[in-house]
Design a protein. Structure first.
Length: 111
């Protein structure tokens, strides 16, 4: 994984590989996300609360934090936009998938 201050290049392929786990005891859903840009893993979002498309929002927030995406688009926080609008604005191709599994299958950040 790299830490970059370079924004994602036009035409790049960005893939959000999400994994989710449902905590039956407490009724909560958690996720983690591995983020790929042009075939390279650039970041991992470890265990985070959120269900449905929350993993996509977590990935966008991480890309903003690392400088791959600007903090604001048209005077609004980038993380407030849906992925398709970010794709159109940045002229990138974003793909995502979410699978459910065991808590042990969620990604962790290497120490």
């Amino acid at each position: 994984m790299t830490n970059s201050q370079d924004q994602i290049a036009e035409g790049s392929s960005v893939f959000f590989e999400g994994r989710a786990w449902f905590d039956k005891a407490n009724g909560n859903t958690y996720h983690s996300v591995r983020i790929w840009i042009d075939g390279d893993v650039v970041a991992i979002v470890p265990l985070t609360y959120g269900y449905e498309n929350a993993y996509q929002s977590s990935a966008i927030s991480k890309l903003v934090e690392l400088g791959y995406l600007p903090e604001f688009l048209d005077n609004r926080k980038t993380r407030e936009y849906p992925i398709w609008q970010i794709d159109r604005w940045a002229k990138i191709n974003t793909y995502s998938v979410l699978t459910y599994g065991k808590k042990s299958e969620l990604w962790k950040v290497a120490k």
